[in-house]
Write a protein that binds this ligand. Sequence first.
Ligand SMILES: *Cc1c(COP(=O)(O)O)cnc(C)c1O
Length: 425
Amino acid sequence: MKKSRELFRKAKRLLPGGVNSPVRSFSSVGGEPFFVKKAKGAHLTDEDGKKYIDYIGSWGAQILGHCDPRIIKIISQTIKEGITYGIPCKKEVVIAKKITDIYPSISKVRMVNSGTEATMSAIRLARGYTGRTKILKFNGCYHGHADSFLIKAGSGASTLGSPDSKGVPKSFASETISVPYNDIESVKAAIRKNKLACIIIEPIAGNMNFIRSNQFFLKELRNLCSENKILLIFDEVMTGFRVSLAGAQNLYKIKPDITTLGKVLGGGFPVGAFGGKSEIMNCLSPNGDVYQAGTLSGNPVAMAAGIGTLDIISKKTYFKNLSKLSQHFTKSISLISSSHNVNMSADSEGGMFGIYFSKNKPNNYKDITDRNISIFKKFFKQMLTQGIYFAPSAFEAGFISSAHKINDIDKTLNIIEDWVKKNKF
Ligand SMILES: *Cc1c(COP(=O)(O)O)cnc(C)c1O
């Protein structure tokens, strides 16, 4: 860790906390981050030459693994014709067609540069469309770092113990209502008391570990939104093109009014998108009066990486094979847990998974307990030492790419089993 340690020392003098995104600092698990020199497939190599099996893949973006040669080729070709124009280009139309073909709930889409941009624009659109101001979200769900969402937010905000951020005016915060995940009665109570513009949810949560919403809950949510003319926003920045090609909405067979996308969609480039019914999307500028814009939005290189990625993951057997790999991993963890009689479980969908230090799978934010977190820290450290990189927080999901080989998974399982044997919990 010599070179990484030296780099982190320098970084801390130049960047707040030494990082450009808080969870990367490892502050919640203790210790210091490693600095990546290069990545290929399912593997990372750090500045000191140590190799890791990567179960994050840039927070889910690298579904094909790092440096997929097909994507590198497409990017290299595109970049020669210009990096960004700020004028329409064909690739914007191509990717929009692909997104709307894959997602039946999306008739029109706007491309942006991050998930945060997608979600903050989506709620502005919902407010513009409905003429109402209040929004409802769920405790532990993370929707990026816009002011309106840093109310009981998950991911890094939870990890660092500040699910409510300073710097968000009270007047803004009072427009956001946050209630427990999977709790329909709390939603009903909030609807009775407030005129809501929208309800935004991660239909499968990935920012308080991996937590499914239950089918009944999500169905009820859809009904309540329709009855009360509230827009239902599925934040599928993480789950879109990840739990299945057409996201969680495809698995639950529920159509949201607006969907937000990101991560996988950019093939590793900074890309987000939001889309929905034409009637709603037409409220955006220049058609309508809800303003939204972006200098680099829809640039050809990012669009090319996205198009290339969507083409590959749209192939018939892609998600079947990816799911098989994830299921092999999580089912084996459950077996290890029962054969050694420890409190551990796991779950997965498509290329996304969760590992829990409890017998039962969590149902909401409160189920990720302090006990869970303290066991996770020990687990994380041992895995890292052995060259297995999981997210440095008990509040994050994990990701398997199609570049992971069965050997990578089995090697990881052996290391997990050795750890479990030595640690009773
Ligand atoms: C990652 C994420 C975001 C934010 O995306 P950024 O690109 O990091 O701004 C929003 N919502 C969900 C569900 C996410 O997982």
